[in-house]
Design a protein around this ligand. Structure first.
Ligand code: ADP
Length: 193
């Protein structure tokens, strides 16, 4: 198995690059944001509970997202690998993920961290809000709250994986194809080892 975490703040391009990466490498895409929005549109209890946090730009509790990822991994026993997008977002989620993968005799092979300046993130998200239908993208206060959550809780995920030498930083500004090429180069470098 080859498992990748696509890491970065909200608006750093994880969703866009994930679509391209799963096409090229045949990985199963696990986006907790997408899984949560699916729960909301199906009006499940989990969705209703998560919506309160998402609407205010707060992280959903660890137990909720870890449970979702556990099920998603179980539902894909034949996966050649997973691309985790928007997960893990806390150190507790990272540890839980490592344990889940270890149960499957697997591990995270690479953490690809997209780096984008804060001004650019805010302008991208406000722009996306015009067409995405996502209410958390239309309100600048909610966008700023998401970035604060990222700084306070999620940035530590990169430090956690850095102790195992798994993190590669990639400049997330500029041409989408050039960023994609940079990501592919890193994946291929790690796959050979
Ligand atoms: P973005 O990266 O643009 O913020 P996502 O779709 O990844 O968008 O996440 C949207 C919201 O869903 C987050 O603001 C958060 O409330 C919730 N969420 C998604 N993934 C997680 C996670 N792994 N842990 C906690 N909350 C999450």
């Amino acid at each position: 198995m080859f498992n990748v975490i696509l890491f970065g703040p909200p608006g750093s391009g994880k969703g866009t690059q994930s679509e391209k990466l799963i096409d090229r490498y045949g990985l199963v895409h696990l986006s907790t944001g997408n899984l949560l929005r699916e729960q909301i549109s199906n009006q499940t209890r989990l969705g209703l509970e998560a919506k309160k946090f998402m609407d205010s730009g707060q992280l959903v509790p660890d137990s909720v997202v870890i449970g979702m990822i556990r099920s998603a991994i179980k539902e894909n026993p034949d996966a050649e690998g997973f691309l985790f997008d928007g997960f893990p977002r806390t150190v507790a989620q990272s540890q839980a993920l490592d344990e889940l993968l270890a149960e499957n005799h697997s591990e995270i092979n690479a953490v690809l961290a997209l780096e984008v300046s804060e001004d650019e993130l805010i302008s991208r998200l406000l722009n996306r809000g015009k067409t995405s239908g996502r209410s958390d993208d239309t309100n600048e206060q909610v966008i700023r709250a998401r970035i604060t959550e990222y700084e306070n809780k999620t940035a530590a995920v990169a430090e956690y994986y850095d102790q195992f030498g798994k993190v590669v930083k990639i400049k997330g500004e500029g041409d989408v194809e050039a960023i994609f090429d940079a990501l592919c180069n890193e994946i291929e470098a790690k796959k050979i080892v």
